[in-house]
Design a protein around this ligand. Sequence first.
Ligand code: FE
Ligand code: FE
Ligand code: ZN
Ligand code: FE
Length: 179
Amino acid sequence: MPLDSLHDLYLTELKDLYSAENQLLKALPRMAKGASSPDLRAAFTEHLEVTRRQVDRLDTIFEGLGVKAKGKKCKAMEGLIEEGKEVLAEDGDPAVVDAALICSAQKVEHYEIAGYGCARTFARLLGYPDAEALLQQTLDEEGEADKRLTALAETVVNAEAEEADDGEPAGGRRAGGGR
Ligand code: FE
Ligand code: FE
Ligand code: ZN
Ligand code: FE
């Protein structure tokens, strides 16, 4: 789509976010399954529910504009999810794998925060207060998800340190894959 107007750019960003969120709907259950910490698993499962509502909000905005939501693939999210898959394919200390999953998930949240921040500002500049409010709501949720992941990273890393205190080397619980 040529970017001749801010409205064109707004649609492009919305479609990118729509693609990103729909890719995440498929990825989050895998992330949940790969998490060892019950708290981390719960965070991924709950963010899946939040993500469904975020897709609904985008649907509402597209309906209001009379535009189809599809037509653009977010390659950045595809890449971020691909890196998450690399983490899931590793075996190793469960706490360290969890820390890596948190890191992957935070990269996703930061990408979304950037995208929604832009789209929200464009909605404001274009005079769409309803869409602006919906996009702000999602932006706030992504920020909360990011903060929750930061807090979880600290508990996961603490668990790892305690294990090391028990006299066991930090990598000592490595599954005996013998690779
Ligand atoms: Fe999202
Ligand atoms: Fe993108
Ligand atoms: Zn995107
Ligand atoms: Fe998110």
